[in-house]
Design a protein. Structure first.
Length: 133
């Protein structure tokens, strides 16, 4: 088993005792992303649409730093402080993902860090690289 810590300045720095992502062999565990703007480390201004978009942008940055892209995500967890915003998640997710979509869960929560309205985490799987003999 090989373990690697993934870090990129294109996504928000960890605001606690965790890594942006951890790669174990061909599986990458992406930590929860809230709608922080990486450059300012503040919640993006605007409505829930702006927040959801920023979270997908943050996940995309970490996925790319891991050597993959959003299409490699096999499991996505969505945490919302207001589940009535779930149709907006579906709409925006359609801009970032194509079929086949990852497995997904949507969970209503009372609160999220920094008063965010949305947080997402994910699991990615990268196909082993084939090397010529």
């Amino acid at each position: 088993m090989t373990k690697e810590i993934i870090q990129t300045n294109k996504a928000p720095k960890a605001i606690g005792t965790y890594s942006q992502a951890v790669k174990v062999d061909h599986t990458i565990y992406l930590s929860g992303q809230i709608p922080l703007v990486p450059e300012t480390m503040t919640i993006i201004e605007g409505d829930i649409t702006a927040q959801i978009t920023q979270v997908f942008d943050n996940l995309k940055a970490v996925a790319e730093a891991s050597g993959g892209d959003l299409g490699d995500i096999v499991k996505l967890n969505v945490f919302l402080t207001d589940l009535s915003n779930f149709p907006i998640v579906n709409e925006i997710m359609g801009r970032y993902f194509q079929e086949p979509y990852p497995a997904r869960a949507a969970i209503g929560v009372a609160a999220l860090p920094k008063n965010a309205g949305v947080e997402m985490d994910a699991i990615m799987f990268l196909k082993p690289q084939e090397y010529p003999l």
